[in-house]
Design a protein around this ligand. Sequence first.
Ligand code: NAP
Ligand code: SF4
Length: 678
Amino acid sequence: MTVPYPRLLAPLDLGFTTLPNRVLMGSMHTGLEELPGGFERLAEFYAERVRGGVGLIVTGGVGPSPEGATRAGGALLRTPEEVARHRVVTGAVHAEGGRIALQILHSGRYAKAPAAVAPSSLRAPISPVVPHELTAEEIERTIEDFARTAALAREAGYDGVEIMGSEGYLINEFVAAETNHRTDEWGGCYPNRMRLPVEIVRRVRERTGPDFVLIYRLSMLDLVPGGSTLEEVVALARAVEAAGATLLNTGIGWHEARIPTIATVVPRGGFSWVTRRLKGEVGIPLVAVNRINTPETAERILADGDADMVSLARPLLADPDFVVKAARGRADTINTCIACNQACLDHTFAGRTASCLVNPRAGHETLLRLGPTRRAERIGVVGAGPAGLAFAVGAAEAGHAVTLFEAADRIGGQFLMALRIPGKEEYAETLRYYGVRLAELGVEVRLGTEAGPGHLRGFDRLVLATGVEPRVPAIEGVEHPSVVGYRDVLQHGAPVGRRVAVLGAGGIGFDVAEFLLHSAGTDFYRAWGVDTTLSARGGLVEPRPGRPAREVTLLQRSPGKLGAGLGRTTGWIHRTSLRAGGVRTLSGVVYRRIDDDGLHLTAPGPDGTEPVEQVLPVDTVVLCTGQEPLRRLHDTLLGTGHDTGAVPVHLIGGADVAAELDAKRAIRQATELVAALG
Ligand code: NAP
Ligand code: SF4
């Protein structure tokens, strides 16, 4: 029998231990570390991923000292009590036969605390804190903090540590001349600037012994002005190897970089070419990272010789069984990470527990249990958008007999539009996943069926996920032939002229503007200014976005910045992209009318002066003005006495709350309903 993904599933011999495959679960801060009872939840979170076949887990970052923690009160490993708490995690991982390394992360000037420290007292562009410049004595103490934390990690049962040397944190700040203005032995020439990471690795190895995994996360592409050159990266890689590292993991981009590194716009496996440049320069195995979300991508990276191992982080939130599914040759059943960041990084940056849009159980394994049902029912589900799909699959997995009705000839609902947006093509994977699961679970799917009361007789329970309809605003002339809805544009290919006004600047307004601007063949690296030859310092060159296909104006009635409600970690990408496409934005407008001359409106004058009447001479006006819930069926059923208690009727997704129409909420609500059925 041929082994699927033979390189991905091949063991990796580290000398003193052998990893079962090439999958490293990359470090993710879940937020559980700081919650009461969080270590028990973390233990189950990791144990589930070990059962799913992961070769080596790296934990979220733990600070080596209070000032190095990500924020005041952030996770540390210093006391016997903390060692005991970490043993809950390592014990659970080992009980399942897994391996786990603790990431030691000193946040440097990124720490969200007034006591932040750095090589020089220079504020980061993304932080309000001016850090304290470390003295030579404090640097010595910091090295000791790393070594002591590593020794305690070993005592707590970890199989290794990862020293976080990338993403613009303390170690990275020492390495880059831009952030290190010191004149002592820790600054100035490159050997001085890289002294800190090398000394940390040497001291950690000394304290933990030869049979302990020591991963160094090396910033191979800083993507900030004044970042390292390839020669410097190679020199540091060699020095870190000589100091005792076992594996070299890749870091791409500092947090303050203005180039997307993991969002959906980044091509799959789009940075493995960086890791490849280290091949032959060091003898230890190299780990490639970022946007490796399918076994095919991982296998290609390994087959091309870009790296010896791959790091998957978010894809293991989306599907803990990624590896075992790949090993069974059933990659088509993997719930793929769509790189939206909506429930993982956006939560982390908002101080909330990380989870996953397509898998709300992630980070909530002990709370959201979906075992087999004790009482199987016949359930009718209406609507095959994200909410209906998530419920139908979850309920069928629990053992219910499910029939799914969908008026369209395809499953997907709003996702069918999302996947048409440039850079959101990954949404198709979620529909592939649900399609495969529905078939496997024997769910009866009745496409092209507008379900009415007649269809819904004979069920024990009804779940209505009938979605939304676009809101048509009360603007004079809204019926003018130049006006189209976003659905007409994205789903039905309505023609759109060269000059366009997009009304409404929510997620959909931004998406539609992106869709209308897009010129075929835009190259990600060229558009964002990534130097793929690695000859420029920091890997930065002048961005060269493609020529926009149209002249777009994006408008909203509310005052203030457009896109304020977009994702915390992705909103800036959308705003930058529209700016690069020359999109004009207007806020605080009053729409007057639409006629043959275009869109008449009143907009605030420059610098807040009196509002000015104007006409935008546009060919097309696209309405992206929100949604209303579609509850006709629900109302009809109530009228016919369906919801008398004998047949419970549930309303979920956008049909329940359109104002928050959002796939994260829809899928979570559907999954919680499955769990609540017991
Ligand atoms: P939305 O975020 O509620 O935005 C609707 C826009 O229409 C607002 O800019 C609103 O701004 C305007 N509007 C509302 N009522 C109006 C009226 N009567 N007349 C004129 N303008 C009106 O809704 P959406 O853009 O349709 O997105 C729906 C949901 O889809 C979002 O909440 C989001 O969860 C999800 N989504 C997310 C993304 C993403 O990037 N994460 C992308 C696509 C969709 P003013 O009232 O200020 O004019
Ligand atoms: Fe991936 Fe989105 Fe889930 Fe994050 S929330 S793991 S980006 S699918």
